[in-house]
Design a protein around this ligand. Structure first.
Ligand code: ASP
Length: 341
């Protein structure tokens, strides 16, 4: 007989635990514990579920690095007592938060599954129940005492993804997320099917929780017509340490001298610049076109197929470590948690 697993549900906020004010129609946070009592299906799961909630649940638009730290501290404190963790949060910034958590939890050997919903759990047509129940099942899936998904993942609408590969693609459809550069880790249908070849291997090393994140980063999305004044003022933000440039296609940018010179100056001042494509899928390929050769020459970092969300998280994490400027480029271009191919 398989062992009964202990799962910790962590509610940070978001629609899943909200109720609709019957008069105004506005969604607001509710006592999540009370809501869970209204889901008798949870008693049918073969695991023991405990819950913990942020003191003041937040909409994920209010998420920031302080909350990321609160979250990893909850996981750290309970790590030995639970077999898996399900993090319930708002979907709007879930890809950012779950990517950050993937970097903050080094040598993770237990499932940390993020989920949420587009409709509140009390809504008649809610997607919350399926998301929640299957996320708990995934977090408690073990074979020979080894978790099947020993990594930070995101479950939404029948698909389990590597969290740091995801992007929120739709504000209305139940299928709100996509992972365009990495296959799903599992699909849920009549059976829950794990794609074990693409899941992180189990780590026997001790968990290290990284809590220093440096937020001195910015995203600069290129668009035809962007002015010198705009680029220059962004590159000259005081205390700026890193820029993610969302370039066109396979990493292309204007060849205008003023543009390249501004970037070159910033790099020489010690600012790290990462090239990430603004396409939802595919990869940067520096040097494929004339329009990226200069970028390569001035020492821009190749974001390859990383998502912008994951690049922000990796940037904050790496800037918070003691990594030297010399090693930064090499480490950024290397996969640390499966975020880059
Ligand atoms: N605005 C909500 C949030 O991200 C949407 C959701 O819960 O999915 O917190």
């Amino acid at each position: 007989m398989s062992k009964q697993r202990n799962i910790l549900l962590v509610y940070t906020g978001g629609t899943i635990g909200m109720i609709k004010d019957p008069i105004t129609g506005v969604l607001r946070a509710f006592n999540f514990d009370k809501l869970l009592k209204r889901i008798p299906e949870l008693n049918l799961l073969d695991c023991k579920i405990a819950t913990v909630s942020f003191n003041e649940p937040i909409d994920s638009s209010d998420m920031n690095t302080k909350y990321y730290i609160d979250l990893v501290e909850i996981i750290e404190k309970n790590y030995d007592d639970y077999d898996g963790f399900v993090v319930l949060s708002g979907s709007d910034t879930m890809s950012y938060a779950s990517s950050a958590v993937s970097f903050m939890l080094e040598n993770l050997s237990k499932p940390v599954i993020f989920t949420g919903s587009q409709l509140p759990i009390g809504d008649l047509r809610t997607d919350a129940k399926e998301n929640l129940i299957t996320a708990i099942q995934i977090a408690s899936s073990y074979i020979n005492d080894i978790p099947i998904v020993p990594e930070v993942a995101l479950y939404f609408e029948y698909q389990l993804y590597r969290a740091n590969r995801t992007t929120k693609i739709n504000a209305e459809h139940f299928e709100a997320f996509a992972s365009l550069n990495y296959p799903p880790l599992a699909k849920s249908g009549v059976h829950l099917k794990f794609n074990t070849e693409v899941i992180m291997p189990y780590s026997k090393k001790e968990l290290i929780v990284r809590k220093v994140l440096d937020t001195n980063v910015v995203i600069l999305k290129l668009f035809p017509g962007i002015t010198k004044a705009t680029v220059s003022s962004i590159l000259n933000i005081k205390s700026l340490k890193g820029i993610i440039i969302e370039t066109y296609g396979s990493g292309n940018a204007p060849t205008a001298l003023w543009f390249i010179d501004l970037l070159k100056d910033a790099i020489q001042k010690g600012i790290f610049i990462i090239n990430v494509t603004q396409c939802s899928g595919g990869s940067v390929n520096l040097g494929q076109y004339d329009t990226s050769i200069q970028l390569k020459k001035i020492g821009i970092i190749d974001g390859k197929d990383i998502t912008t969300e994951s690049a922000v998280a990796k940037f904050m994490y790496l800037l918070g470590t003691k990594i030297t400027a010399k090693d930064f480029k090499k480490v950024f271009e290397t996969s640390l948690r499966g975020e880059i191919t």
